[in-house]
Design a binder for this molecule. Structure first.
Ligand code: TXA
Ligand code: MG
Length: 334
């Protein structure tokens, strides 16, 4: 059931988490499926609900930096700087894990992903949880494994069914999942690009951000398993194809009135003789990375729900601020 967030429903949700139940949680990035991070049985229910393999680690959400030492065994200096610069906000840090803490959530890794979300409902819920002795809340995106992340409460309900208690916090401002930086290798390693760009990370901590695909001798050890880093992920049912604006126009012209069950996310509305209005459903791709990120998953979901068999997406610009959107699109198309 979807409950609009207020004092009473927040208290109800915090109690449900304390009792080992799952809650649909709004954050500034996407909606999460939350459980008490230190309750292994509750966390196990997340994996079942999502259909996610149990060895894929979850992110633990905390109310503030004060909870970090409960979960992280040590915090390198550059990670402190990143928390100071970007928390609360859409940044997840992978840190060495405190032995014996949040074992199920960590999926067997000796590291832990920590994030302090800025969404007021997430903040209020985490504080209410703290008051009940719940120190952190594990929450992957509230979608079935491998599918598009939800950015509204209704999306969560359509993924996970009517029985789940979902706090409605409106539609998510950022729209794509948090930037993930691995802080366990001596240097920051970008595991998942997001709203906070590598340029911003480098500025804030004064280090060069390494790529997760960097050579082994640079990284030191193999990258940890991260489902958000699997090649095929964030996939709608329709087949997604990334194309240049020029190719889209040429192919639409070639198809003419034969274009059918086609979704199109591009900057310019195609001319009517190219089939739009009949077989082509067009959605405008915004010209800023922020707005495009905000729209991305809901556009894919909406076109999917309308039964298109293909979604053609105009390839976004090759600049740093678009890295998060490019990453999600490449994986939706894989
Ligand atoms: O914005 C977000 O991060 C959203 C909202 C709900 O906070 N959450 C999210 O969770 O995207 P999820 O589970 O869908 O993606 C978390 C990513 C996964 O790729 C996971 O493997 C990785 O974080 N991760 C978590 N803990 C990790 C660890 N210890 N080592 C490496 N990767 C980790
Ligand atoms: Mg996810």
């Amino acid at each position: 059931m979807i409950l609009s967030a207020n004092e009473a429903t927040l208290a109800q949700a915090a109690q449900a988490l304390c009792d080992g139940q799952l809650v649909g949680l709004p954050t500034e990035t996407v909606y999460g499926l939350a459980a008490n991070a230190t309750d292994d049985a509750a966390v196990a229910r997340i994996f079942v609900a999502k259909g996610r393999p149990a060895d894929h680690p979850l992110i633990v959400h905390v109310a503030s930096v004060d909870q970090v030492p409960l979960f992280a065994a040590q915090v390198p200096d550059f990670a402190h700087k990143l928390m100071q610069a970007f928390w609360p906000g859409p940044l997840t840090l992978i840190l060495p894990r405190q032995a014996g803490v949040a074992t199920a959530s960590a999926g067997g890794q000796d590291s832990i992903g920590l994030r302090c979300p800025s969404h007021p409902v997430a903040q209020a819920l985490l504080k209410a949880c703290l008051a009940l002795g719940v120190q952190g809340v594990s929450a992957p995106s509230a979608n079935r494994f491998g599918r598009v992340s939800p950015t509204t409460a209704a999306h969560v309900q359509s993924e996970l069914g009517p029985d789940l208690l979902i706090l409605d916090g409106g539609d998510c401002a950022v729209g794509i999942e948090s930037t993930i930086i691995d802080c366990t290798r001596g240097e920051p390693v970008l595991l998942r690009p997001g709203h906070i760009t590598r340029t911003q990370i480098e500025k804030a901590c004064g280090r060069t951000v390494l790529d997760k695909d960097a050579p082994q001798e640079v990284l030191g050890q193999p990258a940890p398993r991260a489902s958000g880093t699997l090649e095929s992920h964030y996939a709608p049912r329709a087949k997604v194809r990334l194309m240049s604006a020029h190719d889209i126009q040429a192919k639409l012209q070639a198809l003419g009135p034969h274009a059918n069950n086609l979704g199109l996310w591009s900057a310019e509305r195609p001319a009517s003789q190219e089939g739009v209005g009949a077989g082509v459903l067009w959605r405008q791709q915004a010209n800023t990375a922020e707005q495009a990120a905000h729209d991305l998953f809901s556009v894919l979901r909406d076109l999917d729900a309308r039964g298109v068999t293909q979604i053609w997406v105009q390839q976004p610009p090759d600049t740093p601020e678009w890295e998060g959107v490019r990453d999600r699109l490449q994986r939706a198309a894989a």
